[in-house]
Write a protein that binds this ligand. Structure first.
Ligand code: FCB
Length: 424
């Protein structure tokens, strides 16, 4: 459906327009395996955006943006300090207060249970390479869901298990910074998939008054292509990445009886990686922007933009898995706000088209609410709708131009195409 003058795209009724964050990236004051991690710019996550203390202000920002949903993490290391321990009451009360604040502001919470970080005691017992972690996670989830089942109906068990397992155990980017541990990679995915299955059933059958409880993973989908179609080696690398990160991971989480544990599929979609002479041609792996420009690539500060891919992957996932889909993350990192605006609109256009074609997409969560600690890259990647001044001891927040654009979209449940330029 389009707006009266034909210039805009209206989204389905009750569509969720949200923002997304992760504990380690915004909260600060965390004791997990990231605490001592030093990013490429020399920074740490120790204070981050201090959302730990400033969440009431951040909820006000979400209201100003006009969002009706928020996807955020609950930090396991705050709630349990040993395996099978009782949940820490003070920390739980803080999350409950935050959730009450969100609900009071008409913002629906989507809780993420695991987003790239583990408590130190999980790390010490071998992280997700051991089955013991599946049991510990299941115990944690059982206790947490008992407390929150009356307030939260949207649950994301794992955020991008593929990214976590590959960056921590294959590419050495995340703690524990191991390289080429392919057997561990497989084991981690299998253990997480089995933890997801357990957690999914716990959540679905929690006896919540907020029926139906919805649960799913957030899967990162990246397209992997060879820059030159005739280059056999680049095609082989692209094929191997696709088979491992996309196909194998989805099969592990959604194959066979395991599919019953999910009621939706979360999709984190940013773009694509093209290989040229074995190099991943993206800023995130160090390819200079000049070189990318010379090749005619359009990138943010992380990966190549590929909006049409969103349509392909949505149609593929819809027909393959027949689950409702949430876009649990999309965003662009850049200091060029006009670029980010064009990026957002180009992806929303494709999203709208896919919905028109019958793909059941129920919401879109912009990554991210705030500028934040972007893992191994530190604070230089600007993904926020709200700017955070990291030089200011008060970490002052200000609305960015893209925040204003997003506000119009959220408030009107529509995307006005007149407002935008073209992708540079
Ligand atoms: C996703 C992560 C998120 C953030 C964005 C930019 O892969 O889930 O935490 O790093 O990328």
């Amino acid at each position: 459906m389009s707006l009266d003058d034909g210039s805009g795209l209206i989204f389905p009724q009750n569509f969720l327009w949200g923002t997304a964050t992760a504990t380690t990236q915004v909260e600060g004051h965390i004791e997990n395996e990231w605490t001592d991690f030093v990013a490429q710019d020399g920074s740490t996550c120790r204070i981050a955006c201090d959302n730990y203390h400033r969440y009431p202000e951040d909820i006000d920002w979400m209201s100003k943006l006009g969002t009706n949903a928020y996807r955020f993490g609950i930090e396991w290391s705050r709630l349990q300090t040993r395996p099978f321990g009782e949940l820490n009451r003070k920390e739980l009360a803080r999350y409950v207060d935050m959730i009450d604040g969100l609900r009071g502001a008409g913002i629906r919470p989507m809780v993420v249970l695991h987003h790239f970080s583990n408590p130190l005691w999980i790390h010490a017992q071998g992280g997700w390479t051991t089955r013991a972690t599946v049991a510990a996670f299941t115990d944690y989830v059982t206790k947490l869901v008992m407390v929150l089942k009356d307030k939260v109906d949207l649950w994301n068990t794992f955020n991008e298990p593929d990214t976590y397992a590959s960056l921590a155990y294959v590419l050495g980017g995340f703690p524990p910074r191991e390289n080429w541990q392919l057997i561990k990679f497989r084991k981690i995915i299998q253990n997480m998939a089995s933890a997801h299955e357990e957690a999914g059933h716990i959540i679905k059958h929690a006896g919540s008054p907020l029926r139906p409880m919805q649960v799913g993973i957030a899967k990162n989908w990246t397209f992997f292509h060879a820059f030159k179609k005739l280059s056999p080696w680049d095609r082989l690398i692209a094929f191997a990445c696709h088979s491992t990160f996309n196909k194998f991971v989805l099969r592990s989480f959604l194959g066979g009886a395991r599919r019953e544990a999910s009621t939706f599929l979360g999709l984190n979609y940013y773009g694509r990686v093209r290989f040229h002479h074995f190099d991943a041609m993206i800023p995130a792996s160090g390819t200079p922007s000049r070189r990318l420009k010379d090749f005619g690539f359009v990138c943010d500060d992380m990966v190549e933009r590929y909006p049409q891919g969103l349509g392909y992957v949505l149609n593929y996932l819809h027909h393959k898995h027949r689950l409702p889909i949430y876009i649990t993350e999309h965003g662009a990192a850049s200091k060029d706000e006009a670029f980010r605006e064009a990026d957002l609109i180009s992806y929303l256009k494709v999203l709208h088209g896919a919905i028109q074609e019958g793909v059941d997409v129920r919401g879109f969560f912009y990554w991210s609410l705030l500028d934040n600690f972007e893992w191994q890259f530190g604070y230089a990647k600007k993904f926020g709708l709200i700017e955070v001044d990291f030089d200011d001891p008060n970490l002052a927040r200000t609305m960015k131009p893209l925040g204003e654009v997003y506000q119009k979209i959220c408030r009107s449940n529509a995307c006005n195409l007149h407002e935008t330029g073209k992708m540079p």
